[in-house]
Design a protein around this ligand. Structure first.
Ligand code: BEZ
Length: 293
């Protein structure tokens, strides 16, 4: 066959992928061709626009290195990561909802003891985080591994400003006790922009969007026999809750900070200053639980 035109070319390409190696490769290839072709039919890009698109994707690739993944950021800011999360993490009723992992997770955060201060000595409003890890039936999950990380009071993660902040500040790994609880001290995080000095930032500006995420604390929780939970707890009242650039906010993950006044007779210096408390009970899904569809 030859002489394809706007009406015949899509079927011709679909015919070409019919003998794909597996049914799944065929399904994915067919959907890709159908959706790409209908995008082009709808948008009718000029040659210059098509070249701009190719250049944008090329620069997105060139911006990636061991520390930066611009394609994942593109997926995040176009809502694809949260769509994928919704598809793959339908939770049984009661299980804590999930969000994106984000680029600031570090695999090798040090294990700390419950009650430790993980602020790295940074300035900020003292924050006590009290958490527990339970099953959907409310039973404690002892020995769960809880990775936590968050931004400082200026909206920076340690990995973004190692010289100023230092390694492993505002990040640590905890283990839940026999009652499923964990707690630690840190400082109150601030909202922060996603990296926007590359192609994704250029896209956000062109789309008239801001690059901000609301203030939050990240959690990654694992325990044998349970699905790993990747989530955040957002601080109630944050101005970006309704316009999170990566569409990650869910009502069930927003918590009010409780302000505790200074208590002069306490020995603990952090408590003497007065502090905020953030409390959240995380509910894990057993690998054998059936997801909601
Ligand atoms: C984060 O909150 O760590 C994050 C998530 C997605 C994109 C950029 C940052």
């Amino acid at each position: 066959m030859r002489n394809y035109n706007e009406t015949t070319i899509t079927d011709a390409v679909l015919e070409r992928v019919r003998n794909a190696r597996t049914p799944r490769v065929r399904q994915i290839s067919e959907a890709l061709v159908r959706h790409l072709h209908s995008f082009v039919r709808e948008v009718r890009p000029t040659q210059e626009e098509w070249e701009y698109g190719i250049d944008f994707l090329t620069r997105t690739g060139h911006t990636c290195d061991d520390n930066r993944q611009e394609f994942i950021l593109l997926s995040d800011t176009l809502g694809v990561s949260m769509l994928l999360d919704a598809i793959n993490h339908a939770m049984p009723r009661g299980a804590t909802e999930t969000t994106v992992l984000g680029p600031f997770f570090v695999q090798s955060a040090p294990e700390r003891q419950n009650g430790d201060d993980i602020s790295g000595g940074l300035e900020g409003d003292p924050l006590l985080v009290n958490g527990s890890v339970v099953t959907v039936d409310g039973l404690p999950v002892a020995g769960a591994i809880v990775d936590v990380w968050h931004s400082d009071n200026e909206g920076y993660y340690d990995v973004q400003q190692l010289d100023r902040i230092g390694h492993f500040a505002m990040r640590a790994r905890f283990r839940t006790g026999a009652d499923g609880s964990f707690h630690f001290w840190s400082i109150k995080p601030a909202p922060y922009p996603v990296p926007h000095d590359g192609p994704v930032g250029e896209m956000l500006a062109a789309q008239g969007r801001h690059p901000w995420r609301p203030a939050l604390v990240h959690f990654k929780i694992s325990a044998p026999g349970f699905e790993q939970l990747v989530t955040h707890v957002f601080l109630a009242g944050d101005r970006y809750l309704d316009s999170d650039v990566v569409f990650g906010v869910k009502d069930s993950l927003v918590r009010e900070l409780i302000l505790a006044p200074p208590r002069a007779q306490q020995n603990d210096a952090l408590v003497n200053k007065g502090h905020y408390t953030l409390t959240y009970d995380f509910c894990l899904r057993r690998l054998t639980d059936t997801p909601l569809s």
